[in-house]
Design a protein around this ligand. Structure first.
Ligand code: SF4
Ligand code: FES
Length: 257
């Protein structure tokens, strides 16, 4: 299969970027999208050119490292699919494909298709954790968790932190990501002690990082490879408002939008 790619090339964060056209004459339907890029990169290296930088690690949809826009859609816009799980059988001979990095102020471009998602790490560091001692593995069943709460927590915990929700959102909001983390921990008994503090701290950090507010457009849910539902944003709003009322004006800096 012969493809034409237009790939965003940008040497570093401060450089001016632009789309560069490449021909891929030897792609086939059994390759993953990243393998197709590997083949292109090998050809570029053989010619003495700089290979295209893109993030990846597990290549099986669980680590959250991969992700860029394919023809204007985060991860390519295929339901429940990360870029690394996307196969070339979804494309056809002669296709023209545009690849661009996530576009958001809080995700500055590092190089080509790689962006810095350290803002997500700082949001987690602000409150996405528990401090309750949970013991060793053998103690896991000593605190009973109701089935429904366990299911909701597990569904939210599926978030891999890829950032597609931010890239797809016209506001570049991080509400789905933050909502997933708040729901994951907030549904569990071990997450209750810091629940108010967590909501205040994570929302505050989200605003500090430059993510804009959620206006319920829903693009995030549509592109999320882990199909995190919009309900997690309602959970953030509920937890945040309850905590902010309790904390008074000092505790409620910013808002969830
Ligand atoms: S909510 Fe979905 S799209 Fe957003 S970071 Fe998590 S897995 Fe990625
Ligand atoms: S490389 Fe790990 S999720 Fe894609």
């Amino acid at each position: 299969m012969k493809l034409t790619l237009h790939v965003w090339r940008q040497k570093n964060a401060g450089a001016r970027g632009g789309l560069v056209r490449y021909e891929v004459p030897n792609a086939n339907e059994h390759m993953s999208f990243l393998e197709m890029l590997d083949v292109l990169n090998e050809a570029l290296i053989e010619k003495g050119e700089d290979p295209i930088a893109f993030d990846h690690d597990c290549r099986e949809g669980i680590c959250g490292m991969c992700g860029f826009m394919i023809n204007g859609k985060a991860h390519g816009g295929f339901k429940g699919t990360t870029v690394c799980q996307l196969h070339m059988r979804h494309f056809k001979d002669g296709d023209v494909i545009y690849l661009e990095p996530w576009r958001a102020k809080a995700f500055p471009v590092v190089k080509d298709l790689v962006v810095d998602r350290g803002s997500f790490d700082r949001i987690i560091a602000a409150g996405g954790f528990i401090t309750a001692p949970t013991g060793g593995a053998q103690d896991a069943n000593t605190i009973a968790v109701p089935k429904q709460a366990a299911d909701l927590a597990m569904d939210a915990a599926a978030c891999i932190g890829c950032g597609a929700c931010v890239a797809a959102c016209p506001n570049a909001a991080a509400a789905l990501f933050v909502g997933a983390k708040i729901s994951h921990l907030g549904h569990l008994p071990q997450g209750q002690a810091e629940r108010d503090r967590r909501a205040l701290a994570m929302v505050r950090q989200m605003n500090v990082e430059g993510f804009a507010n959620c206006t319920n457009i829903g693009e995030c849910e549509a592109v999320c490879p882990k199909q995190i539902p919009l309900e997690v944003i309602a959970r953030t709003n509920g937890d945040y408002l309850k905590a902010a009322v309790g904390a008074g004006p000092e505790g409620a800096a910013g808002g969830t939008g």
